[in-house]
Design a protein around this ligand. Sequence first.
Ligand SMILES: Cc1ncc(Cn2c(C)c(CCOP(=O)(O)OP(=O)(O)O)sc2=O)c(N)n1
Ligand SMILES: [Ca+2]
Length: 528
Amino acid sequence: MTTVRDVTYDLLRARGLTTIFGNPGSNELPFLSGLPTDFRYILGLHEGAVLSMADGYSLVTGDTTLINLHAASGSGNAMGALTNSVYSHSPLVVTAGQQVRSTIGQEVMLSNVDAGSLMKPLVKWSSEPTCAEDVPRTMSQAITMAALPAKGPVYVSIPYDDWAADAPTETARLLERDVHSAAALSGEQISSLVGLLESAANPVLVLGPAVDADHANDDAVRLAEKLRVPVWIAPSPCRCPFPTRHPSFRGVLPAGVRDLSSALSGHDLILVVGAPVFRYHQHLPGRYLPEGARLIQVTDDPGEAARAPIGEAFVAPIGNTLAVLASIVEPSDRLPLPQLADFKEPESAGPGLDPEHLFALVRAAAPDDAIYVNESTSTADAFWSQMALAHQGSYYFPASGGLGFGLPAAVGAQLGCPQRQVIGLIGDGSANYGITALWTAARYRIPVVIIILKNGTYGALRGFSKILNTGDTPGLDVPGIDFVNIAQGYGVRGTAVASAADFVTAFKSALAAEVPTLIEVHTHFEKP
Ligand SMILES: Cc1ncc(Cn2c(C)c(CCOP(=O)(O)OP(=O)(O)O)sc2=O)c(N)n1
Ligand SMILES: [Ca+2]
């Protein structure tokens, strides 16, 4: 007789979920026992790292990705990482082993009490099947929900005695299922958008992560070039939707209401594509928009459209909308935008490097199509002022600022995209939240390059203490961490550098290596 486990593995195979990121407990063993040979299991040592590795993998591949965690304790450890995945719309299927079905109510050891509620609101859908026979259909629903727009993580808790139960014969029909999502702006809606863009005196494009997620970067460039308009990246970006050396590129919008509004002053039409309106961060109240500006938002997430405080929104596929607009909008007779100024070539007063200087050295030596996973929270301005990102899928940042994403996501991204070099730019504070992913990188020989920016402090919080005028609070410094020895303890080759020449030597060696490498760079939080 075919078991629930057999049908579930057939379903996972049919939908392409044959890589499992996990950390097991006893509840998971009946699912993992006799893992089919065409599946691979990637072990992480902490569930936060497991989740973020899977997130990095799903972001670069675009694949719906399977995670298997241990009951409530493992699921709970992963929740911090899920705060990012839910906003980066990562299609993750998070599964957890549950105690034997008949004992859950007694709350025996390893029971995941009220499992269906545990992960809300950090997942778009969550369930514990009501009986063993419904496990395959529930898994089918979970995989489909994760992948349908707006994509996002889902959670399924499965009692471990369900796997051996007989599967109803009809569950085999799940393997034939396919679910298509269509919808697009109507001809009338497109015409109204085109009319607004062509009649605006000074329009501006604001692009968000969904443009990059939908591989619509080139159509965004075509639209910007036809309209001859400036292009900003929406605030708090977790991806890069537009080439940063293009003449239209103006940078990342500030994440405060007041400053964002002034950055857009003078524009009468603001077209926001693929971003929430907006992911503000610093609380700097003011007018949402400059005088006389009209905001139009195109998003594939009904929630983003519904919760925006301003503007008119269209819920539609991002790639299709940009492609249609770029093809039918008339070329503008505005003057072409001038080339961007050359990069400043910064220096540092040693020992140690200024972040701008470090990023200039990275840019000079890294491959043109490198993928950057950034979690160095006080150096964002320096990064955007020095990097030349030209390709789709070149940049990832924790979508909710939940630390512990960066280092594991870099490992997962490198596993998912072996053809491009992945470079993690990780603060010496952030590194500690996902440090165990170094072991996974060494264990599976994943050749990621991890650059630790060691300024000895929680730099972003020092910045916030100035904005919030909170003075010198406790808990802001992280001096003396030895990432080289930590890395070597997890099996990763590490080097510490404090000069430009030494960094370039170590970086070029790391880029040529076929194993993971960590470089600890002494950086300045403030210019010496
Ligand atoms: C899981 C988690 N814990 C704590 C924080 C709070 N936090 C913390 C602790 C930051 C400092 C990070 O320091 P870093 O060394 O990684 O980078 P910088 O020195 O460049 O800021 S930024 C920030 O929002 C967080 N965002 N996420
Ligand atoms: Ca730091």
